[in-house]
Design a protein around this ligand. Structure first.
Ligand code: CS2
Length: 504
């Protein structure tokens, strides 16, 4: 018994939390911010402080500050706000905004402490203070990672939906709580103060995200004040950007791994794959030296955006629904099956690649690289997460290319199989265990119940959701019958046999 500690409770005391004071104690194997974090002044207001932001833009910004000359850190600290949940505030406050990014490669994990997030605000706690930041002369940029569904758009037209509950809530309460509401009210403050507006950059996976955000902000402003709408349309820059890094939702395993590597507690740690990419439409005015982190500034983001949305995000959707129906849990487990990997490759090369705008990009190499990234066994990217809100994401990721291919007489069966799988999951037709979170889940379940066992009827009624499918696709008899047939095959034979039949 001589090896036992005298006080057993002492052995289980948690380590102290990561904080500015403790930063000097972390082992040398962990990368630390290469600037004096306490001296970093804010320059960016960010909406949506989720795991993606923390593993993407905040890391590029860290590189930019590290590369900037001068004794003082370049003033690009981030004031990060979250709108829906207070998790970021609760975990980052006690850590002085510091957290670890665990870069999980196939063979090793590297840890980096990020120091660019200098303030974290939960908007419902202090809405007026957030709006006041828009007129803070230090804030030069406003960036957003709020996810596609928070843009409150009609999926098929890409214009805002004034009846959206988040917009209605804002209009009735007078205090904005939606991201669009905060953005437009903040810009209204800038206009009232007669200041030069910050550039506003969407970092979400949307088609022409800069133009889409501008239109959404203008439409939203027009619900209140045409003068404001007109000013936003003309005075504010909305550069587009293509962002890419696979970042699963943070888990307790991330916190535990970070704690083991740092010797300090970190409840805000996030995991990410080693790959990261950011292509930004050039804009005027001051900005961080994001190139130092590998970002590219270009005149037109469209070719990058199209291949990213259609090959990466579109195939992700196909993987999410087919994988869920096959009883799998992660993207990596799907592509580990050679038949499913063949399906993903065929889908990308035969049905998505032909629809891309001309560019000098090597799309085959890109598809190959994507399969390698998805295979990373240390990234547990949950299918339930990748597949949520499908009704809001189908249009740019699957339906746009489906239409192009139908018009050009090219093959579409891999795409239709992905849509058939979405209908099975999102309508609950394949059972509650495979149901996906979706704003239209209630409506889809109703359609499924009304159709009973008649898959043809279910396909027809789902296709008639004009907000999702527009009005052209539902009229195409071949789309309807093929979808119903594929849903029948999935139900009767399971995913493996259906995919094997399809690939021939
Ligand atoms: C995914 C993306 O959940 C999803 O919609 O497709 O989050 C994807 O992992 C990122 O866009 C990768 O950059």
């Amino acid at each position: 018994a001589s090896g036992l500690p005298l006080d057993p409770s002492a052995a289980t005391l948690p380590p102290p939390r990561l904080s500015l004071r403790k930063l000097g104690c972390v082992p040398r194997t962990v990368r630390r911010p290469g600037f004096e974090v306490a001296a970093l002044r804010p320059g960016i207001l960010h909406l949506g402080c989720g795991a993606f932001h923390r593993a993407h833009q905040a890391v590029f910004t860290q590189r930019a500050i590290e590369a900037a000359p001068g004794p003082e850190p370049a003033p690009w600290g981030i004031v990060a706000t979250s709108l829906v949940r207070p998790v970021a505030r609760n975990t980052l406050h006690p850590q002085d905004g510091l957290y670890t990014v665990l870069e999980r490669g196939p063979d090793e994990v590297r840890a980096e402490i990020v120091g660019t997030v200098r303030e974290v605000v939960f908007v419902p706690d202090a809405p007026a203070a957030v709006l006041a930041r828009f007129t803070d002369p230090a804030i030069q940029l406003v960036t957003l990672t709020i996810t596609a569904s928070a843009y409150c758009l009609h999926p098929s037209s890409g214009r805002i939906c004034p009846d959206h509950p988040a917009i209605q809530r804002d209009l009735h309460s007078g205090t904005p709580s939606s991201a669009l509401g905060v953005l437009v009210s903040g810009l209204a403050e800038v206009r009232k103060a007669g200041r030069r507006p910050p550039a506003v950059m969407s970092c979400d996976n949307l088609e022409s995200n800069g133009r889409t955000l501008r239109q959404a902000a203008v439409d939203y402003a027009a619900l209140r004040d045409d003068g404001l709408a007109n000013w936003i349309a003309h005075a504010v820059q909305f550069p587009s950007s293509m962002v890419d890094r696979i970042v699963p939702a943070a888990t307790v395993l991330d916190a535990a791994d970070a704690t083991a590597l740092l010797g300090l507690g970190d409840d805000a740690a996030v995991s990410a794959e080693p790959f990261r990419q950011w292509v930004i439409e050039a804009f005027e005015g001051p900005r961080p030296l994001w190139e130092a982190g590998g970002a590219e500034f270009v005149t037109d983001v469209a070719p990058w955006e199209a291949s990213k949305l259609r090959l990466l995000n579109g195939t992700h959707m196909a993987i999410a629904y087919l994988g869920t129906l096959a009883g799998l849990g992660t993207v990596a487990s799907f592509v580990a099956d050679p038949l499913f990997a063949d399906y993903a490759r065929r889908f990308m090369l035969q049905e998505q690649m032909p629809t891309l705008p001309p560019s000098g990009h090597d799309i085959e190499a890109y598809a190959h690289q994507l399969l390698e990234r998805w295979r990373n066994p240390n990234i547990a990217h949950q299918l339930s997460r990748v597949g949520r809100n499908g009704s809001q994401k189908l249009q740019p990721r699957l339906l746009a290319s489906l239409r192009d291919n139908l018009r050009a007489g090219r093959p579409v069966s891999c795409t239709l199989l992905a849509i058939a799988a979405w209908i099975c999951c999102a309508s609950g037709a394949s059972g509650p265990a495979q149901a996906m979170e979706d704003p239209l889940a209630g409506e889809l379940t109703r359609l499924s119940e009304a159709s009973g066992d008649d898959l043809g009827r279910l396909a027809t009624s789902v296709l008639q959701l004009e907000d999702v499918f527009g009005c052209e696709l539902p009229r195409l008899e071949t789309v309807r019958t093929e979808l119903a047939d594929l849903m029948g095959q999935l139900r009767a034979h399971g995913v493996h046999r259906t995919v094997a039949n399809l690939l021939g």
